[in-house]
Design a binder for this molecule. Sequence first.
Ligand SMILES: [Zn+2]
Length: 497
Amino acid sequence: MKIVIAMLKHETNTFSPLPTPLESLGPHGAPLRGDEAYDHFKGTRIPMGAFIDLAEEIGAEIVIPIAARTAPSGPVAQSAFEAVTEVICDSVAEGCDALFLDLHGAMVTDDFEDGEGELLERIRVAAPNVPIGVGLDFHANMSERMVRNCDVAVGYKTYPHMDMYEAGRRAGELLLDMIAGKISPRMSFANCPVMPNILRMATDEAPMDEIMARATALESERVLAVSVFPGFPLADTAHTRFSVLAVTDNAQDQGERICRDVLDLAWQRRDGFIYELTPFSEGVSCAKSLKDGPIILLDMADNCNSGGTLDSMSLIREALDQGLENILAGPIYDPEAVATLVEAGVGSQITLPVGGKFDLDAIEKRGEPLSLTGRIKTISDGKFVVQGPVFTGMQVDLGRTVALDTGAMQIVVCEGRVEPLDLNMFRFVGIEPLDKRYIILKSKVQYRPTFGAAAKHVIECNAVGVGSADFSQFPYKAVARPIFPLDQDAVYPSAGR
Ligand SMILES: [Zn+2]
């Protein structure tokens, strides 16, 4: 058996000023191919890792034509999408018994607001008889077109994402069972006009805990996988909304009832998806009044895993202005500052502007660098391995990375954009994060199993950034209206059901 395994994974923030060219879709200026992709993803706890394991367990020949991904940013350049899609289509068309795809589900390109739908349809046209199994992110904005053009799709069930491997593995196993004639998968799909705030999507809290429990309870011998997708609200597309996908063993009607059951519950709990905002200066004042550290100040609006530029200095500026001390902040994406710092060298005292290099046109904010004076503590090549418990074993490359000590704060500045997802992210430049009183992290929910588990307090601050939790800042144009909570007159069940 020959199995093609490929990845085109991007969560697109259509409000982000960051471009997404082909060069950004891999660690060394290009998407990974063949053996290099195998070596990079073998053993990782994501769908790619699961697909490789599964194919090896059945003794299949594995072909990895391409694995393209990057942190969330603006729409994928059309030329990049075309290039990656062509490689996947050509590889599948050459002949194979199955295709395993590791996708996100909220990708937008310059020309297509449903990037995955376009990709899957082209693959179907190129090789109509090849079975396709897809692993998807929990934040997918699912479309009918995606569902129509694959055989089996399974999404993560957790946020923070702890089951990426399991979801990919499930998709792969179901596809293999289909090929073996053991099951006849049918996919049922439905959505409802709700756009939850990302901050209200954690699966161990209300309302998602109850919704996920309901979805999981509905799985059975014939109901093979029920995936819930609250969606990614920072991708402004016509299909950005809450959806449910049920894969059944030839039980389409039952699958449709299940989708409606879960969506009814989501609609009933919709008030729980609203995030109450407070001014971030109040968050900093509150942090100042607390006794025990580490205290995490969560710079949510500039979370790069929501498409943030990772260089907004507004919360850091506020923390310094209010006199906080023993702060750790970062990483900040600023290749220009890194070049200056590297040239100055370890031990040098330096004053330079840090961050604020991007204007945020979509939310009408100018980039504002922060002038910092400090001593350069460490310079590193930026490579480290994630200790976990999430993304365990994954190699991360931040590019050249510098730790600057300003007295009140140690700040990490780098050439790459990666969410602070692991304690090693600071340890590798000689900083012990848990010794700090304050940790300013550009994250929303993903920090919880690592930094969150070790923190005494966490204060959510919605400062300036295109990952903002404040929907009212964004000029939505494509989202199908009415939708809750943008429109209080949104209704569900929708007409015609
Ligand atoms: Zn996600």
